[in-house]
Design a binder for this molecule. Structure first.
Ligand code: TYD
Length: 235
């Protein structure tokens, strides 16, 4: 992002295992930010563009076409590359905020930890796909595997959710391992409890991002002027 750090939009990701309540929390977070005058675009991965939604349908909603594990990783990354270049990058440049349901950690965990593709390859593909566009806040919702299974008991499983118990176990292990070793902008948030409780936990973190942006804008408009971005990102 070359544009002025104070005026560019901010990129927030909500990630975590299936059943963590991400999509509900994306909506609530967007509403909270909009109440404060922030222009927000909510997206999901894979998806967010016509091509991304077509790839999503191929990856999640069908079982007749076999998809090899490496090909699967490329498809998730292709949807991401398109989303970043067509939607996320330009929106951030315009000063809009992005909230994205899943991002690079999902690929590392699902296709790497659980799917068996070398993590180095996943990271290289992610790096190419994101094209330098990096999240300012990356929330990883955590919850026990049993809670995830219980929460999803009444809905039908998609192609990824039908990969079996070992796959699921590796997904949980992947999120736990990665979220433990990552610092800012990654932030582990407990996904257990009521929707309101989880929402409060997420907001207490994002509010700090908003306050930092507002104070940097103030300083830029005043006499000081400084660069906000201090986050180191590891993908
Ligand atoms: P999600 O939209 O969270 O599922 P739902 O519609 O059930 O809420 O995520 C879609 C699925 O795709 C989910 O099982 C995780 C998987 N996924 C990957 O395997 N790799 C990826 O890179 C991404 C972004 C998602």
């Amino acid at each position: 992002m070359k544009k002025n750090e104070a005026t560019r939009g901010r990129f927030i990701v909500l990630d975590g295992p299936d059943g963590a309540g991400k999509s509900t929390q994306v909506k609530l977070l967007a509403a909270e930010l909009e109440k404060r005058g922030v222009t927000v675009k909510s997206l999901r991965e894979p998806g967010g563009t016509a091509l991304g939604e077509a790839i999503r349908a191929l990856l999640l909603n069908q079982t007749t076409i076999h998809i090899d594990a490496l090909a699967e990783a490329f498809l998730f990354q292709a949807a991401r590359a398109h989303l970043i270049r067509e939607v996320v990058g330009p929106a951030l440049e315009r000063g809009e905020w992005i909230i994205c349901d899943r991002f690079t950690l999902s690929t590392l965990v699902y296709q790497g930890y659980a799917g068996g593709i070398k993590k180095k390859i996943i990271k290289q593909l992610s790096s190419a796909a994101i094209d330098g566009v990096k999240p300012d806040a990356y929330i990883v919702l955590t919850l026990p595997a049993k809670t995830s299974v219980d929460r999803r008991a009444n809905r039908s499983a998609d192609r990824m959710e039908s990969k079996g118990e070992t796959y699921l176990k590796n997904v949980f292990n992947g999120f736990a391992t990665e979220s433990k070793k990552r610092g800012s902008p990654y932030k582990k948030v407990d996904g257990q409890g009521t929707v309101e409780e989880v929402q409060k936990r997420i907001w207490s973190h994002i509010e700090r991002v908003l306050t930092a942006v507002q104070s940097s804008k103030f300083k830029v408009n005043g006499t000081i002027g400084f660069t906000l971005r201090a986050c180191k990102i590891i993908n």
